[in-house]
Design a binder for this molecule. Structure first.
Ligand SMILES: NC(=O)c1ccc[n+]([C@@H]2O[C@H](COP(=O)([O-])OP(=O)(O)OC[C@H]3O[C@@H](n4cnc5c(N)ncnc54)[C@H](OP(=O)(O)O)[C@@H]3O)[C@@H](O)[C@H]2O)c1
Length: 284
């Protein structure tokens, strides 16, 4: 049986949808924090169990009969290592043999704020003695395409990334890689650096929006304190603003760029391009 944590989330649902073409629904169990919100998983015909990272008792019960587990990294910075450890501990106690974990690009060397908990989770997973697969996902293309509406409204993309390049890929592409790893052999104790085939700068991102909308959209690079002040007017919490600014500054230094083709090799096709993702975001 294959278990997926965070299964009500966007990545979790994409993974389960993809897995259904490789294994029977009876072999899939979605672990969720809120079973009452699992209508989409029920519609896919998979079993749903409560598995809350903050309630280890639910995790142990939810993992009964699961051999392979996809641990989708938790959401809240600062809480994640504790939450991931709880899942790994419960998996060991419940007889899970293999855990695939969604980490981040070059988590071992990255200086991004977000990297620390991923690095520590990877280390904890490796010393657990379980078979592991580390899926070091790059930035989501949706982090960028989520800004297309605001860019059109304001006539500009803003950020503090300078000409830093982002080798981003869609959630669907990362989900397809997870499906491959969960449904085929030969991935034991591998670490995969996963990224989009073609990196782009924020200037290129703005230019692609311009090209597809026939409106002039430029990229305005802001000093970090100005970008932080703008983000705070959107009501973002200070911790999230710190993470966003940190990511942009580290992107300037190349930390979200990559020439790895492992993602397209794993999924057996090219990754979704920036142009395709913007096109999808613009469709009504
Ligand atoms: N690479 C990137 O650019 C990037 C960007 C964003 C996130 N991420 C990482 O990738 C992960 C998956 O992304 P996503 O887009 O699927 O995120 P998402 O849609 O926000 O899904 C996260 C899921 O985690 C669940 N969750 C939160 N706290 C939990 C807890 N205590 N116990 C059990 N489940 C809990 C949420 O449950 P509810 O449905 O009950 O809220 C939600 O279903 C994120 O969690 C984050 O670690 C990466």
């Amino acid at each position: 049986m294959i278990g997926i944590t965070g299964a009500n989330g966007q990545l979790g649902q994409l993974v389960i949808r993809g897995l259904l073409s490789a294994v029977p629904a009876s072999q899939i169990v979605g672990l969720v924090r809120r079973p009452a919100e699992a209508q989409a998983l029920h519609a896919m015909g998979v079993e749903v169990r409560m598995g809350d990272y903050d309630r280890p008792d639910t995790l142990k019960a939810a993992l009964r009969g699961v051999d392979k587990l996809l641990l989708i990294s938790a959401v809240q910075p600062g809480e994640r290592l504790r939450q991931h450890r709880a899942v790994i501990d419960a998996a060991k106690q419940s007889g899970v043999t293999s855990i695939a974990y969604t980490s981040m690009l070059r988590a071992d060397t990255s200086s991004m704020i977000l990297a620390r908990e991923h690095r520590e989770t990877e280390a904890y997973l490796k010393q657990s003695g379980l078979e592991y697969v580390i899926l070091r996902n790059g930035w989501y293309l949706e982090n960028h395409t989520g800004l297309v509406g605001a860019a059109i409204a304001n006539g500009a993309v803003i950020g503090s990334a300078g000409e830093g390049r982002f080798a981003s890929a869609t959630r669907a592409d990362y989900a397809a890689a997870a499906v491959k790893v969960l449904s085929s052999a030969g991935h034991a104790n591998q670490t995969y650096e996963l990224a989009g085939d073609r990196a782009f700068s924020m200037t290129e991102f703005a230019a692609e929006i311009s090209a597809q909308t026939a409106k002039h959209i430029g990229y305005t690079d802001l000093p970090p304190q100005d970008y932080a002040a703008t983000l705070s007017t959107f009501g973002l919490p200070p911790m999230i603003i710190e993470v966003v600014i940190d990511a942009d500054l580290k992107a300037q230094a190349g930390e979200l760029d990559s020439t790895s083709s492992t993602l397209s090799e794993l999924i057996g096709r090219k990754t979704t391009t920036l142009g395709e993702a913007i096109g999808a975001a613009l469709r009504p």
